[in-house]
Design a protein around this ligand. Structure first.
Ligand SMILES: *[C@@H]1O[C@H](CO)[C@@H](O)[C@H](O)[C@H]1NC(C)=O
Ligand SMILES: *[C@@H]1O[C@H](CO)[C@@H](O)[C@H](O)[C@H]1NC(C)=O
Length: 225
């Protein structure tokens, strides 16, 4: 008889311990990033694909060169239909970023041009307007737009929210941006809806945009790959 409470108290402690373990090891803040990496760094060996464990394998021989990248300085040419040009430092262009959880962009925007509303699912973006006047805006999940025309300002876009950059000045603008992933994905809202392959059925888009098939086809025709 005496043993029963002892067993049940052992069981309840075991259950608490188990619950704690499950909570700790499945908690996104602990399992998603690696706060105590086994190695100081892991420069990507891009030839040794594929990506496994969410990173490229490490290069065996590294040198100081592996931690520097001059590509952000490549001259820009914004004379293109979008009026945009960007130099990108991600794990593919700069393998030293492997497992570092960060990428950087040097972006030029022609006067009047805009980077379409887009999001980086799950990742935060921060930027710094180096030249010109850029209207930066992001949308919350309850349809509130937070925006400002920045000059020499730093800005931040909360994780995964849809945002745009629009050069409202009369000269080319430039900004630096960092995103908290070394190979961030990008969902460009209009393109995603209108160039999907196979296409989203017209009936779905007609209902979503409360319009007719002719208008949907017109929009689709503007978004050929
Ligand atoms: C920029 O691109 C345009 C269009 O492709 C081209 O005509 C022009 O020569 C380029 N300018 C420079 C400086 O390379
Ligand atoms: C959305 O959230 C913001 C911040 O909490 C609030 O000020 C705003 O009124 C909300 N908007 C709507 C449409 O619910």
């Amino acid at each position: 008889m005496d043993n029963i409470p002892r067993i049940s108290s052992f069981l309840s402690r075991a259950l608490i311990f188990l619950t704690l373990c499950i909570t700790l090891f499945t908690s996104p803040s602990l399992s998603y990033t690696n706060p105590s990496p086994l190695l100081d760094f892991c420069v990507a060996d891009l030839r040794a694909s594929p990506i496994s464990n969410n990173a490229f394998p490490c290069k065996s021989q590294v040198s100081s060169e592996d931690f520097f990248f001059s590509g952000l300085n490549t001259p820009f040419n914004t004379s293109n239909p979008r009026g945009l040009a960007a130099n990108v430092a991600n794990v593919v262009t700069f393998p030293g970023l492997n497992k570092m959880g960060i990428s950087m962009y040097n972006v030029a925007v022609a006067a009047g041009a805009a980077n379409s509303p887009h999001s980086h699912p799950g990742y935060t973006e921060a930027g710094f307007i180096l030249e010109g006047s850029v209207s930066i805006g992001f949308l919350t999940t309850n349809y509130t737009l937070y925006s400002k025309v920045g000059q020499g300002d730093m800005f931040v876009v909360p994780p995964g929210l849809i945002h745009y950059e629009w050069n409202v000045g009369k000269t080319e603008a430039r900004f630096l941006a960092v995103v908290t992933n070394e190979l961030p994905s990008e969902v460009v809202v209009p393109n995603t809806l209108f160039v999907a392959k196979p296409a989203i059925p017209d009936a779905v888009l007609m209902k979503a945009f409360k319009t007719d098939g002719k208008t949907i086809n017109l929009l689709k025709s503007k978004f050929k790959w």
